[in-house]
Design a protein around this ligand. Structure first.
Ligand code: PLP
Length: 364
């Protein structure tokens, strides 16, 4: 069986090192927000190129806490895309704000900057640019828009750890970067974990308080919540961070292989943004007859994924009440066409060849 992602293979790659640090934590006396978390935060900030990084419990919390640190509150609006993990939108509502969803670019699957003017209002306080599938959003245009309108920019980097835009790592360009370190991510823990990066020291100080009851010296300065990162996850993330660039190179190598071998088929392949260096969290293609192809691949033991089958604004929890741009055509159209092919650093090239040969057979 070949799956879309394979966290067990990741563990095996670094098993000896991971087991060593896990036992060290277990034999210690501090299991939450200790030395491992502090060291991970320092090393991650250095890697991303920000002054600060703050570990939190998961990627959804990272966004919610980032929004709270910016004083975003009920009545405020936050613009983001509908074609994303539902978590991006859930986090906006968890912070008490109102999400306003716009469409994506049909080639890069990132925020359609042409709709920003249409949905902007005096209530807009922030944009969340989601670097989906490992591909940078069109940050130049978005930053310009945010500066002109004096609003914040959060980068949702949950699918793009290590990706670069114009020489800078994603997560170091907006006011704040929010990362999920869910086990299947490019930098994945062995459970839930998240991290927030920023160059804004004031925001970082507030974020540190907000993640633990709003505490300042054990007295709540803000109404916070608990989103602490534990030592086990931080220790594992420190090990994997050392290999992140290498792992991303392996993903890129596989992506190039797929692009090369599938180029003659009636498939829309991912486009690479000129000013960016993507990290292929997912390798997403578009096809007309998706279900037939999925079934065909499944018969050979290939389990491709769909990210995501239903746009957020059409899901039962949000439908008929969520604000959107007038035209959500790309998001609604691609939802029935996209397929995520197997993509993870340890995927043997022989398995990638098997995926390619089966797709070719399907089109014969
Ligand atoms: C783009 C995006 N944003 C946010 C999240 C939320 O992360 P978590 O599941 O760690 O809360 C995810 C995870 O799936 C994601 O892919």
């Amino acid at each position: 069986m070949i799956f879309c992602a394979n966290p067990a293979a990741q563990f095996k790659s670094y098993q000896t090192e991971i087991e060593k640090v896990v036992f060290k934590v277990m034999r210690g006396n501090r299991f939450v927000l200790g030395e491992e978390v502090l060291s991970f935060e320092k090393e991650f900030a250095k890697y991303i190129g920000t002054a600060e990084a703050v570990g939190v419990a998961n990627g959804t919390d990272a966004i919610e806490i980032a929004l709270r640190s910016m004083d975003i509150k009920p009545g405020d609006e936050v613009i983001t895309v509908s074609h994303t993990a539902v978590a991006t939108v859930a986090a906006i509502e968890a912070a008490g704000a109102t999400p306003v969803l716009i469409d994506v670019d049909p080639q890069f699957y990132t925020l359609n900057t042409f709709q920003l003017d249409e949905v902007f209002s005096p209530k807009t306080k922030c944009i969340i640019a989601v670097h989906l599938y490992g591909q940078p959003s069109n940050l130049n245009v978005i930053i310009d828009f945010c500066k002109r309108n004096k609003i914040f920019l959060i980068e949702d980097v949950s699918q793009a750890h290590g990706a670069i835009y114009k020489g800078k790592r994603l997560g170091s360009i907006g006011d704040v970067g929010c990362f999920s370190c869910y086990p299947t991510k490019n930098l994945g823990a062995i459970g839930d974990a998240g991290v927030i990066s920023t160059n804004n020291i004031e925001l970082a100080i507030k974020i540190r308080k907000l993640r633990e009851y709003g505490w300042n010296d054990r007295i709540s300065e803000y109404s916070g919540r608990n989103s602490r990162l534990d030592e086990l996850q931080a220790a594992v993330l420190r090990v994997k961070l050392r290999y992140l660039d290498l792992d991303n190179q392996k993903r890129l190598h596989l992506a190039k292989y797929y692009m090369d071998k599938l180029s003659m088929l009636p498939i829309q392949l991912p486009k690479i943004f000129e000013e960016g260096e993507p990290v292929f969290h997912l390798f997403v293609i578009q096809v007309e007859n998706r279900q037939k192809l999925l079934n065909f691949l499944k018969k050979s033991g290939i389990h491709a994924g769909i990210h995501y089958p239903v746009p957020v604004h059409l899901q039962p929890a949000y439908k008929d009440r969520i604000k959107t741009a007038k035209n959500m055509g790309v998001t609604e159209n691609i939802a029935s066409k996209i397929i995520s092919l197997p993509m993870y650093p340890e995927l043997p090239i022989g398995d990638a060849e098997f995926v390619v040969s089966n797709i070719k057979r399907f089109y014969e």
